[in-house]
Write a protein of this length. Structure first.
Length: 657
């Protein structure tokens, strides 16, 4: 008998060793325990189903990271507008006024008037939101970061110490939680503050197309709100792809049932051709490269440090991604942060106080080249950035997100084109070489990018080759001077520089035309075209100053001034396309594209009509001298055109350098 009992005992031990681990042996994880006292059977069942659904929806890593049991009860003490909240780290209350609708099932269809739609979805989102806060508080600091923060705080607290080491700047206020992660803050819109490494801006400019304005309260609420949508909205991956990718990587997990996203992203082309359809579509897979596009400085006070832009080298449809895509210039786009000036006056004081909106303009490359090289007479350098294809694709997506969400303040010193471009590069590419970069000047940023091995300036070593391959677009000033040198040598012109020649009245320049041969006539024609552009600029400046003078004196030219103000007001949608849509958040989806096309086309047609109307009205406001100069310039162009055709027929071909 003793042997029989011993044998059974040994068998039981053996079977226990072979059996699966019991629940008590499983790693601890988050549990939600319903306080069921006083609830009917239906209320208990509906409540438990809600808790079970919340647990299933949470990422496994989150559940493991919060190994505690949270007691959940229905409370009559919560304000009407509050659906639920954590009262302690292990206690959660739901608003009891919502329990009847949950129990009878009507909460699943009853509108809540809140972002998630129904009462039940809002209750579920509230649970997920507050449990995200619990996870955020429970994260363990990495040892290196914990040591850094302790050292910084000790140094800050010590007496007699002047300042903090560079690595401590901005660190003393950090919490080292997920909502405090630098990468998340970059994507969320709380960017690094210029000159204060680690410190973050107080304001968030990414407030357009938000799913819930509550996310802008602070980074903790931003994380909680976005995790709601990450877990509950299948379209989140398409509407906020950068954040979806970041959260999926953090949790090493993706929610089931995510929507299939369209390959193309919608954007509004802010080009000056009002006859074209403004709504464009960009496939990030067609972006071959990203260049740092640098407009060289000139003598204007707002341009003395140059201008920072990014050039997207987009391949033509059907062309494989590769170096030949650099030939598809008509497909290339320029991302340019500029101060949107809804007025004809650019004030230095307003620029210093952040009175102008800072917006991301998407422009055709050809227009940008003409704008800088022909009108402003500034050269452009297009320097490739050494980024992987994954980084380039992510940067294209990020640019589209900011195009629809960003509306910040432009400061000539603290938040200018260089600062905004660096923010886009950092948040878009997630390249670690950008983490601690800091520059407020376009030329300084270019030098830093080159120093970190990101910018490849070797493409500019051979000037001729750089021009041929499209890495440099030279100012037309050099071309105009070369043309003037030809005309001066052949006609013995008294002026020494092209600026002197263009500054002479058109009627005086015309006196030299008759003696010009074929080569000199061709050079003079190019110079007259430059003179016309210069006169148009001067005419625009005359009209601007006249408008400002009338406004200051309380006078007005009713028709022209009203048209000008309407034109400025109506053009804002090109840099803030979010105003074209009602509802939705993040990147517009294909279901919204049709209304976007219709609305943007109507706005563009209005701009074209206003522009034509303004042209006819402003002509009458020009001074007699300016109108005469414009008319004489037109006559010069006609005369030289006729003269060139006659000389060509008489003398054969033409060669110019």
């Amino acid at each position: 008998m003793t042997n029989w009992r011993a044998a059974l005992g040994g068998l039981a031990l053996l079977l226990a060793g072979l059996a699966p681990a019991s629940a008590s042996a499983a790693p601890p994880s988050l549990q939600l325990q319903l306080h069921a006292a006083g609830l009917s059977a239906g209320e208990r069942q509906a409540s438990q189903a809600l808790l079970d659904e919340a647990l299933v929806a949470l990422p496994p890593r989150l559940r493991r990271q919060v190994p505690r049991t949270v007691a959940v009860r229905w409370s009559h003490k919560l304000p009407t507008e509050v659906y639920g909240r954590l009262t302690r780290l292990d206690a959660f209350e739901l608003n009891a006024r919502l329990l009847p609708a949950l129990a009878d099932g009507s909460a699943a269809s009853q509108a809540s008037g809140r972002p998630h739609g129904t009462l039940r979805r809002e209750l579920l989102a509230t649970l997920l939101h507050e449990l995200t806060h619990l996870y955020d508080r429970s994260r363990t600091w990495p040892a290196a970061e914990a040591q850094l923060i302790q050292r910084c705080r000790r140094q800050l607290a010590s007496r007699g110490e002047v300042g903090l080491p560079a690595e401590c700047r901005g660190q003393t206020q950090r919490r080292f939680t997920l909502s405090d992660a630098p990468r998340l803050l970059d994507l969320a819109g709380w960017a690094q503050r210029v000159g204060q490494r680690g410190a973050r801006e107080a304001d968030n400019p990414q407030w357009l197309r938000s799913p819930d304005a509550y996310e802008l309260s602070n980074p903790r609420e931003f994380l909680a709100v976005n995790l709601e949508y990450f877990l509950l909205d299948p379209q989140y991956a398409c509407r906020r792809p950068s954040l979806h990718r970041y959260l999926a990587e953090h949790f090493a997990w993706t929610p089931p049932g995510a929507a299939d996203c369209a390959g193309e992203l919608a954007f509004l082309n802010a080009g000056s051709d009002f006859a074209r359809q403004p709504l464009g579509r960009l496939d990030p897979e067609r972006i071959y490269a990203v260049d740092y596009l640098f407009a060289e400085a000139n003598d204007q006070w707002v341009s003395r440090w140059g201008h920072s832009m990014l050039r997207l080298v987009v391949c033509a449809p059907g062309r494989p991604r590769g170096p030949d895509c650099r030939l598809d210039l008509d497909q290339h786009l320029v991302l340019s942060y500029r101060a949107f000036v809804g007025d004809v006056q650019l004030s230095s004081w307003d620029g210093l106080t952040g009175a102008y909106p800072s917006r991301l303009f998407v422009l055709p490359l050809g227009q940008v080249i003409d704008e800088y090289t022909k009108v402003e007479l500034r050269s452009l350098a297009s320097i490739p950035l050494r980024l992987s294809h994954a980084q380039i694709r992510a940067l294209g997506q990020r640019a589209a997100e900011l195009h629809w969400s960003h509306d910040g303040d432009y400061w000539f010193i603290g938040n200018n084109c260089a600062v905004e471009t660096l923010k886009l590069l950092r948040s878009g590419s997630a390249d670690p070489r950008l983490t601690d970069l800091d520059s407020i000047t376009p030329s300084g940023l270019l030098a830093l990018l080159e120093g970190r091995g990101l910018a490849d300036r070797s493409v500019l070593r051979d000037p001729r080759e750089a021009l041929r391959l499209g890495y440099r677009f030279d100012s037309f000033r050099e071309r105009y001077q070369a043309m003037f040198t030809i005309a001066r040598e052949r006609l013995a012109l008294p002026q020494e520089t092209v600026e002197d020649w263009l500054g002479r009245p058109a009627s005086e320049r015309r006196r030299h035309f008759a003696a010009a041969d074929l080569r000199a006539s061709a050079a003079l024609l190019l110079l007259e075209q430059a003179a016309r552009r210069r006169q148009l600029q001067l005419a625009q400046d005359d009209l601007k100053q006249a408008y400002l003078g009338r406004r200051e004196r309380g006078q007005s030219n009713a028709s022209a001034d009203r048209t000008l103000e309407q034109l400025l007001a109506h053009s804002g949608f090109l840099s803030r396309p979010a105003e074209l849509l009602d509802g939705g958040y993040g990147l517009p989806q294909p279901g919204e594209w049709q209304s976007l096309e219709r609305e943007s086309s109507q706005r563009q047609a209005q701009l074209r009509q206003l522009s034509d109307q303004l042209d006819s009205q402003l002509l009458a406001l020009l001074t007699t001298e300016r109108r005469r100069e414009l008319d004489d310039g037109e006559a010069n162009l006609r005369q030289l055109g006729t003269q060139l055709r006659e000389l060509h027929r008489a003398g054969g071909g033409l060669q110019l350098p």
